[in-house]
Design a protein around this ligand. Structure first.
Ligand code: SF4
Ligand code: SF4
Length: 445
């Protein structure tokens, strides 16, 4: 495990002595010119409220997306906005942001926001509310006001490589099991392979069949790939909690593995936030371009299908619907690739209302599924997803994010529903055309 930079360690120390002044400094550090425009632009139309599942299921005005930014807006208006010094002298500036207020807002900025971006989509003023919540979390973390569960997960990620403590021995065991299952060798630490696969802890522990599915697909398509024995964890708790320092420290490990093995591509796995962290935030967080390209697994499977290298036979005959992971579809720009794959292997694919970029979050993204105190609210928010799924009459739900899958399975069980949740990569692997049988030349024995 690579050394943990002091800056990342310092982030965790903040939780020991919460300080509103540090949080305000953290807010203000995020107020770039573009962010200032966004903090000034709200016309209070209320459209973002009707886009947010937390507001829709509770009708609690505190869950209006733009309201969640209130402490950051106050800090900006008091300290940085035009004429703020004069307003302060005249007693016209908002009061100081207090520790009590930030403690209260911790629930609004974390438990009730998945960073899903559905509110961003509808704002007529173009305010990226989800992006601003992400920025506000930087201040909350710096001040020590993020949920304790997230600081602890970050500590584990920095110390062990995984937010839930999944190390190489656990992954090695899952690899061995998948090798026995598929009869295929899973390549590990192969220098010069084209593609490096990284995995989320949730996949390793909850859905390890993905490893066998990848082995079968890549064997079928002739893809040169490898897993690394270190730097394999894709989950980035730093991005979820809102700490650039923690996020960068975790990303460095993947980059080090990719550089060590001299790969051309890193495959972001079935994990939404891993994709955001690795593809969109990574080079900015590290301050340098990658020496490799990042590709999302669904994007690669779609490309292989287009090249005629992903040949399937037969289709699932059940009525299936697809849940769009927010960070891969709405925020990640990949709405069509999963649908092409669904149509390739499903004979009964039916879309849910508000599909694609308008889909509702599973309720657990943005670190929410790791926050214990948020569980009740998360289960309530599932109501929006439940209505969508029930409108389709689907017999199974397919998705391409292990965290969504786990969150949906938990909510479905909690709700007493009976609905399997499937991973898209595994579904594709299930319908691969069998390898042609090798016919050996006859011998004149
Ligand atoms: S990003 Fe999603 S969860 Fe967060 S406030 Fe917006 S709609 Fe609600
Ligand atoms: S949709 Fe945009 S303009 Fe309207 S209330 Fe929300 S943030 Fe403000």
């Amino acid at each position: 495990m690579s050394a943990v930079p002091d800056s990342a360690r310092a982030v965790l120390k903040a939780a020991e002595a919460p300080d509103s002044r540090k949080a305000v400094a953290g807010f203000l550090a995020q107020v770039t010119r573009d962010a200032a425009f966004q903090l000034e632009a709200c016309v209070h139309c209320g459209q973002c409220a009707d886009a947010c599942h937390f507001y829709l299921v509770t009708r609690d005005p505190r869950y209006t997306p733009i309201h969640k930014l209130r402490p950051m807006v106050k800090a900006y208006q008091r300290e940085r906005a035009p004429f703020s010094a004069l307003k302060k002298r005249l007693g016209l500036a908002p009061p100081e942001v207090t520790a009590e207020e930030l403690t209260e807002w911790s629930e609004l900025l974390y438990d009730s926001c998945n960073l899903c971006g559905r509110c961003t989509l509808v704002c007529p003023m173009g305010i990226d509310i989800a992006g601003m919540v992400r920025r506000a979390r930087e201040g909350m973390v710096a001040g020590g006001f993020a949920p304790a569960d997230l600081y602890q997960a970050a500590q584990r990620a920095l110390d062990t490589g995984s937010p839930i403590g999944v190390g190489w021995p656990a992954l090695r065991r899952q690899i061995e099991l998948q090798e026995q299952e598929t009869g295929l060798k899973v390549p590990v630490d192969v220098e010069g392979a084209d593609y490096l696969v990284v995995l989320s802890s949730m996949e390793i522990i909850g859905f390890a069949e993905i490893i066998g599915a990848l082995a079968r697909i890549f064997h079928h398509a002739g893809v040169s790939w490898t897993l690394p024995s270190s730097g394999f964890e894709a989950t980035n708790i730093g991005v979820q909690m809102g700490s650039r320092d923690v996020a960068a420290a975790l990303l460095e490990r993947i980059v080090a593995a990719a550089e060590r093995l001299k790969v051309k591509y890193v495959i972001s796995p079935e994990c939404g936030h891993a994709y955001s962290a690795l593809r969109w935030e990574g080079p900015n967080l590290l301050g340098r371009p990658y020496p490799f390209k990042v590709v999302q697994i669904v994007e690669l499977l779609d490309q292989l299908a287009k090249e005629g290298r992903l040949r399937t036979r037969g289709k699932d005959t059940r009525r299936l619907t697809f849940h769009d992971p927010c960070q891969i579809v709405r925020r990640g720009g990949l709405p069509q690739a999963p649908r092409r794959l669904m149509n390739q292997v499903s004979g009964g694919f039916v879309e849910m209302p508000d599909r694609g970029v308008a889909n509702f979050c599973c309720g657990g993204g943005g670190g929410v599924s790791a926050i214990h105190r948020a569980e009740k609210l998360r289960f309530s928010a599932f109501e929006c997803k439940k209505r969508q799924v029930e409108a389709t009459g689907a017999e199974a739900l397919v998705t391409t994010c292990a965290n969504c899958r786990n969150v949906l399975e938990e909510a479905i069980e909690q709700d007493g529903m009976s609905l399997p949740v499937l991973g898209l990569t595994e579904l594709v692997a299930q319908y691969l055309e069998p390898d042609p049988v090798q016919v050996l030349p006859a011998t004149n024995a």
